[in-house]
Ligand binder design. Structure first.
Ligand code: KIV
Ligand code: ZN
Length: 512
């Protein structure tokens, strides 16, 4: 039997730290269920001590996830650890992940602690966590830039106190594959009790090497857990991408010789769910999940693939969930077919009433668009959950007039705290006019830092999916909206972003 490589997904924790990627409780629950369907081993659900909202998300996820281990992050102090343990109490399998920085730079400038103080705090924190749960992970933050002697001392103590996993983060994405692999190997060789813990890698992508570094940590260093996120979502240039790690280890089993429990057929649906929820669009040439990942444009390649698939393909598109863009539902599809497709896509609806609302939206869409694809359904239900979660502003209708040589005019009707309001404005284009029409009422003062439109299923017949990133008082949010009319999609995305800004400021106010 080949050894197992543990896949630890941190989309809902490290991924969410990406500016604008914050998710609501319902969105996180939906993604957690999808991660379980994907059969990831560990889901890092959040950082319970960071806010009441995060605590509730971790608790809600711990309540519903049965197969994967649910993990909560905590700084290395008793208060954070106790809070994580409390949030994780309902979990079938719970893990506390506690961390403290160990590099000279972080200890001196950020923590203002001496190495001895950090050593002691790491040791006592692991001890405290182990008294609360049996599965404890310890991370020396900025571990890769830490002094190796000091790191050996800290990690040996963490293992002695009962840490079951030791994770070595390359927090700032500074590593080079061979060096990082050797670093992990050195730690494992020098620490006398290293065989008592599973070794884990956690790489950031600042130099574009997060996946390569993680694989080197596995191959050279002997790590048996990889921490990663869907689509490589994460702060700055992101984290190691789950889909790339999983497919590298599966496709090159001849080289790595390891088993991965992930059911790769759900990779694409998970990737799209995360992209549509966060508004982080996937670049077309992204490995495994990009629109072009399996597209052959050149005549020579097409000819080769038609004659023998493996001339130019090392993986089968269907093995990671590509379905030939097949039409899944249409105008005549019934409620049962719709409900079944939702289940296949891993979308859990809380009640029959929610299914009815989503089905009514589906019928409305099917009247306007002949073929409905999986992407349409995912966009539709993400709209649905957005509407349930943040109801301060909800789109009702839009009318706009644009003509060559004339300044476009738009009228947008929406609800603001349950009251119907109408905004009118002109603008440089129909989208600009529509968003200005909304602002005549909202007066948010927010600055738009990103606007992007994407055709959900690739043609002009498809729905447009718009992402809008707004920034206000240091807060950044992404709003997403989908509709066959991209002006309407833009208005929906704008209202969605305003709702998120609003709910973030409510959360900040609630924390005092
Ligand atoms: O990058 C990092 O150091 C982290 C730790 C909290 C594990 O995310
Ligand atoms: Zn990280």
């Amino acid at each position: 039997m080949a050894e197992k490589l543990i896949i630890f997904d941190t989309t809902l924790r490290d991924g969410e730290q990406s500016p604008g990627a914050s998710m609501t409780r319902d969105e996180k629950l939906r993604i957690a269920r999808q991660l379980e369907r994907l059969k990831v081993d560990v889901i890092e659900a959040g950082f319970p001590a960071s806010s009441n909202g995060d605590f509730e998300c971790v608790q809600a996820i711990a309540n519903v996830i049965k197969e994967s281990t649910v993990c909560g992050l905590s700084r290395a102090n008793d208060r954070d650890i106790a809070r994580a343990a409390e949030a994780l109490r309902p979990a079938a399998r719970a893990r506390i992940h506690t961390f403290i920085a160990t590099s000279a730079l972080h200890m001196e400038k950020k923590l203002r602690m001496t190495p001895d103080q950090v050593f002691e705090q790491a040791r006592l924190s692991v001890r405290f966590a182990r008294n609360l749960v049996g599965d404890v992970e310890f991370s020396p933050e900025d571990g890769y830039r830490s002094d190796v002697d000091f790191l050996c001392r800290v990690l040996e103590a963490a293992i002695s106190e009962g840490a079951t996993t030791i994770n070595v983060p390359d927090t700032v994405g500074y590593a080079i594959p061979e060096l990082y692999g050797n670093f992990i190997r050195t730690l494992r060789e020098r620490i006398p009790n290293s065989d008592k813990a599973v070794w884990s890698v956690h790489c950031h992508n600042d130099l574009g090497m997060a996946v390569a570094n993680s694989l080197a940590g596995v191959k050279i260093g002997g790590a048996r857990q990889v921490e990663c996120t869907i689509n490589g979502l994460g702060e700055r240039a992101g984290n190691c991408s789950l889909e790339e790690i999983v497919m590298a280890v599966k496709t090159r089993k001849d080289y790595f010789g390891l088993e991965v429990g992930v059911d790769a057929r759900h990779i694409l649906a998970t990737s799209r769910m995360v992209s549509q929820t966060t508004g982080f669009v996937i670049q077309p040439n992204k490995a495994v999940v990009g629109a072009n990942a399996f597209a052959h444009a050149s005549g020579i390649h097409q000819d080769g693939v038609l004659k023998a698939r493996d001339t130019y393909e090392i993986m089968r598109a269907e093995d990671v969930g590509w379905t030939n863009n097949k039409i899944v539902l249409g105008k005549l599809s019934g409620r049962n077919a719709f409900k079944q497709r939702l289940q296949e896509l891993g979308v859990a609806m809380d009640s029959e009433a929610d299914i009815n609302t989503a089905f009514a939206r589906f019928k409305e869409l099917a009247d306007r668009k002949s073929d409905i694809f999986d992407e349409d359904i995912l966009a539709l239900v993400s709209d649905e959950s957005i509407a349930r979660d943040h109801e301060k502003y909800m789109f009702i209708s839009l009318a706009q007039h644009s003509e060559t040589g004339e300044r476009p005019q738009a009228t947008v009707v929406f609800t603001a705290q349950g009251k119907e309001v109408t905004g009118e404005s002109d603008g440089n284009g129909p989208v600009d006019a529509s968003l200005k029409a909304i602002e005549t009422h909202v007066k948010s003062g927010a600055e738009m830092v990103l606007y992007s439109v994407n055709a959900i299923s690739g043609s002009t017949e498809s729905q447009g999916e718009v992402t809008i990133r707004l920034q206000n008082s240091g807060r950044v949010v992404n709003g997403v909206g989908a509709d066959p009319d991209i002006v309407v999609a833009s208005a929906k995305a704008y209202l969605n972003a305003l709702n998120k800004l609003q709910s973030k400021s409510d959360a900040v106010a609630a924390q005092g």
